[in-house]
Design a protein around this ligand. Structure first.
Ligand code: SF4
Length: 71
């Protein structure tokens, strides 16, 4: 059994890919994000910890825009 992902800051605990709902660590989340052209929420939370930015659909372009706005 995998260890829990203690550094995961995703707040969507209803998501089936959230590590609280299985024992496969980040793998299901990363796989889903790669397939959908998205960036995991933990990356958004690092650059926008207060959640002030419009995260759009969590797409790569949304992440890039926020990075440019915040940094
Ligand atoms: S990749 Fe996904 S599961 Fe892993 S820490 Fe980030 S949000 Fe959590």
């Amino acid at each position: 059994m995998s260890k829990p992902v203690e550094f995961c800051t995703c707040t969507d605990r209803d998501c089936p890919f959230n590590p609280v709902n299985h024992d496969q660590g980040c793998t299901p989340c990363i796989a889903k994000n790669l397939k959908a052209g998205e960036i995991p929420s933990c990356f958004f939370n690092i650059v926008d910890p207060e959640g002030k930015a419009d995260r759009g659909a969590y797409l790569r372009k949304d992440f890039a825009r926020i990075v440019m706005e915040m940094e």
